[in-house]
Ligand binder design. Structure first.
Ligand SMILES: Nc1ncnc2c1ncn2[C@@H]1O[C@H](COP(=O)(O)OP(=O)(O)OP(=O)(O)O)[C@@H](O)[C@H]1O
Length: 365
C-alpha cells in the first residue's frame, strides 16, 4: 500500500452541503490519445462513491487528477473548493493505492510513528488509535508478517489519521478476507458519517455495494456514463423482465432508451431509462439493485450518459408511474438479475443488444 499526499480535514458545516469534488470538462490526453474526456460531475462531501468501469476506462487517470499528482490537459477539478492541482487541493486528499511500499521490516507501532512524523500538524493520534483498535492491529508485529487484510487496514489507518477530506481507495476491500472487508466497510461508513470524509472506492465488489456506496461514477472509454446519487440512479432506471415473442425486445419496451438487454431463450431482461410510463404488457417491471444497474452499464460501455455529452449527474427524479406489473425483486429463475457478480448472464446466454437498441432498432415486430 502506498499513501499519497494527504492533508487536514475541517469538520465544519453539514457534510451534505459541501462539495468534495467538482470536475468540470476534465480531460487528460497522452500524446494523441485521450485517457479521460469531458468529465463533469459533482461529488458531495460525506459520500461513499463507487468508481466503476472496465479496464482502460480512465479510473486511475481520474484518481491521479483528483489527487493532484497529474495535471489535466483540459478542464478543472476542485477538491473541497480548492484547485486540485495546487498545494491546497492536494493537501485535502489521501490515496491508498495497491502495491505501494509499507516497509515490511517496521513494526505496526514504528509505521504509525513514521506516519505521524511525516504529517506534522495533520496527524490525529486519537483517530489512529481508534482505527488500530477496530482492526485489532498488533502493534508489535512486523508489517511484513501481517496478512493482506491487516496490511490494508494499516494503510487505511495511516491515511485516515492524517484527516483527509477525500480518500481515494484503490481496490482495497477486494483483497481482504470477508471479516476484514466488513471491518473496512464499517470504518468507511463511520468515517463518512462522523467526519464528513468523502471516499472514492475503485472497482469495489459489486455484490457488496448495497448499503455501502451511496454515490456512483461509471466510466467507459474515458467518458462518464453514469454519475450521481445511487438512489437517484436506481430511480431513473427500470428492470423489465418478460417473455419474448419475436427476435428482439417488445417494441413498447424498446421505445425507451435501453441500456442493456439480455435475451435468453424465450425470455428477455432489459435495463431501461424509462421516458414516461412503461406500457403494460406480459412483463414485470422492477427497480434494479445497484449491482444490477452497474452490471448493465459495464456490459454496455458504449451507452451514452443520461445527460450526454457532459455526463452530469442525473437530477433527482420523482417516482414514475409504471405500467406493467411493478414489483420490488420478482426474479425470474435463470435470468441475469440473479447472476453472480462478474458473471453477467447465464452460460451460453443471450447476445448483448448493441448500440442501436437505444434507438429501438432490433425490436421484435
Ligand atoms: N501514461 C500514459 N501514457 C499513455 N497512455 C496512458 C497512460 N496512462 C493511461 N493511459 C491510457 O489511458 C487509458 C485509461 O487508462 P487508466 O489507467 O486511467 O484506466 P483504468 O480504468 O484505470 O484501467 P485499469 O482498470 O486497467 O487500471 C488507457 O487506454 C490507458 O492505456
Amino acid at each position: 500500500m502506498a499513501i499519497r499526499p494527504v492533508g487536514g480535514y475541517e469538520a465544519t458545516g453539514r457534510a451534505a452541503d459541501r462539495t468534495a469534488v467538482e470536475a468540470i470538462g476534465l480531460g487528460k490526453r497522452h500524446r494523441r490519445r485521450w485517457a479521460l474526456r469531458d468529465c463533469t460531475f459533482r461529488l458531495p462531501a460525506g459520500r461513499i462513491c463507487a468508481l466503476v468501469g472496465p479496464a482502460g476506462a480512465g479510473k486511475t487517470t481520474l484518481l491521479s487528477l483528483a489527487s493532484g499528482l497529474v495535471r489535466p490537459t483540459e478542464g478543472t477539478v476542485r477538491i473541497g473548493g480548492a484547485n486540485g492541482s495546487g498545494p491546497a487541493g492536494r493537501a485535502k486528499v489521501a490515496w491508498v493505492a495497491q502495491g505501494g511500499p509499507l516497509s515490511p521490516r517496521l513494526t505496526v507501532a514504528e509505521t504509525l510513528r513514521l506516519g505521524r512524523e511525516l504529517a506534522p500538524g495533520h496527524w490525529s493520534e486519537r483517530r489512529a488509535e481508534q482505527i488500530v483498535r477496530a482492526g485489532r492491529l498488533p502493534l508489535n508485529a512486523r508489517v511484513g508478517a501481517l496478512c493482506a487484510g491487516r496490511g490494508a487496514h494499516l494503510a487505511l489507518t495511516l491515511a485516515l489519521a492524517r484527516q483527509p477530506e477525500l480518500l481515494l481507495l484503490d481496490d482495497l476491500p477486494a483483497h481482504a478476507d470477508p471479516l476484514v472487508r466488513h471491518q473496512v466497510a464499517a470504518l468507511l461508513l463511520a468515517q463518512a458519517a462522523e467526519y464528513g470524509t468523502t471516499v472514492v472506492l475503485t472497482s469495489p465488489p459489486l455484490a457488496e455495494l448495497d448499503g455501502l456506496c451511496d454515490h456512483l461514477l461509471v466510466l467507459a472509454g474515458g467518458r462518464i456514463r453514469l454519475a450521481g446519487a445511487a438512489e437517484d440512479a436506481v430511480g431513473a432506471h427500470a428492470l423489465v423482465m418478460g417473455e419474448r415473442r419475436g427476435e428482439g425486445l417488445p417494441p413498447r419496451i424498446a421505445a425507451h432508451p435501453v441500456v442493456d438487454a439480455q435475451l435468453t431463450g424465450r425470455h428477455f431482461t432489459a435495463l431501461i431509462r424509462p421516458e414516461g410510463a412503461i406500457a403494460p404488457g406480459p412483463w414485470e417491471v422492477a427497480e434494479p439493485s445497484v449491482e444490477e444497474l452497474l452490471l448493465a452499464y459495464l456490459r454496455a460501455p458504449d451507452v451514452p450518459a443520461p445527460n450526454a455529452p457532459g455526463g452530469e449527474p442525473a437530477a433527482p427524479r420523482p417516482r414514475r408511474l409504471l405500467g406493467g406489473t411493478r414489483g420490488h425483486r420478482p426474479g425470474i429463475p435463470g435470468m441475469p438479475r440473479n447472476a453472480a457478480p462478474g458473471r453477467p448472464g447465464p452460460p451460453g446466454g443471450a447476445p448483448r443488444i448493441g448500440h442501436d437498441q437505444h434507438s429501438g432498432k432490433g425490436a421484435a415486430a
